[in-house]
Design a protein around this ligand. Structure first.
Ligand SMILES: Nc1ncnc2c1ncn2[C@@H]1O[C@H](COP(=O)(O)OP(=O)(O)OP(=O)(O)O)[C@@H](O)[C@H]1O
Length: 259
């Protein structure tokens, strides 16, 4: 098993879906024990960057290092043991029950016969508790509300375990209590030694729950650092094209439109 917690390093990463480049020369590292929030306008490439970190896409230049290993050389299975991704798309068969969906998170840890060990069963039970879906265990996923389904998919991602947790807009559909709960769980994953990257559109949540923010803009990293450093009115105007002022309450930052 990989050592608990390891960094993710992107070295001069570039990527495009077609001929053009969507992401250009991105270098950053995510430390173990850290929550990094990835922010940026719609279409700026945040999900794409997560998919590159998850090994689902290959860079056209540069490389991804997971725990010091070149990601391009890791098998899918080795990757999935180290890196868990909560993606925006569902992808699970609709009629599957919640407990079976969550159990799918353990597949990378099992042999061809997919026999669940006691450790697998414990990880599934713990993940369902953590994502507050234990009471929904027997429900088919396609009968759940949007927020319940999102929590079930989060439970699957938590059950997968590994050293790196990638969360693409994890608070989508969640009410306030579950937003706080989910991001609190992400913080605990970091405290356990994982590297956590979360795409977030909500700056107040990003400033409260992330150690640093990485701002994507026009294919490049516009800035990276603590929220208090990277979030200011000039950055919001440059990157998001909005005129806003920032209200602060402790570490939390709330952009409000200027009238
Ligand atoms: N499979 C694909 N094939 C071609 N283009 C794609 C594909 N996936 C995404 N794109 C394009 O790449 C760009 C970046 O998409 P991506 O989903 O990474 O952005 P994002 O920053 O996560 O956006 P959002 O905030 O809207 O979720 C968009 O213009 C999108 O249309």
């Amino acid at each position: 098993m990989a050592a608990r917690g390891c960094p993710v390093i992107l070295e001069r990463l570039s990527f495009g879906y077609g001929r053009g480049r969507l992401l250009e020369d991105i270098s950053l590292s995510v430390r173990r024990g850290e929550v990094l929030a990835l922010v940026g306008p719609n279409g700026s490439g945040k999900s794409t960057l997560l998919r590159l970190m998850a090994g689902l896409l290959q860079p056209v230049a540069g490389r991804v290092l997971i725990c010091g290993e070149n990601a391009a050389r890791l098998s899918r299975r080795a990757y999935a043991r180290r890196v868990a991704l909560l993606s925006q798309q569902g992808g699970a068969p609709g009629a599957i029950r919640v407990r079976d969906l969550v159990a799918m998170g353990r597949f990378p840890h099992q042999g061809w016969l997919r026999r669940a060990s006691a450790a697998d069963r414990a990880a599934v039970a713990q993940a369902m508790e953590d994502a507050e879906v234990a009471a929904l265990a027997g429900r088919p996923v396609n009968t759940l509300s949007g927020g319940q389904a999102q929590r079930a998919r989060m439970a699957m991602t938590l059950a997968q375990g590994g050293d790196v947790l990638l969360l693409d807009e994890p608070t989508t559909y969640l009410d306030l209590r579950h937003q706080f709960g989910l991001l609190g769980r992400a913080r605990r994953a970091a405290a356990e030694g994982r590297a956590v990257v979360a795409v977030l559109h909500d700056f107040s949540l990003a400033s409260l729950y992330a150690d640093r923010l990485a701002v994507l803009h026009e294919g490049r990293l516009d800035g990276i650092g603590p929220a208090a450093q990277v979030l200011d009115a000039a950055a919001l105007a440059r990157v998001f094209g909005v005129s806003a002022r920032l209200l602060r309450d402790g570490p939390a930052i709330f952009p409000v439109p200027r009238d």
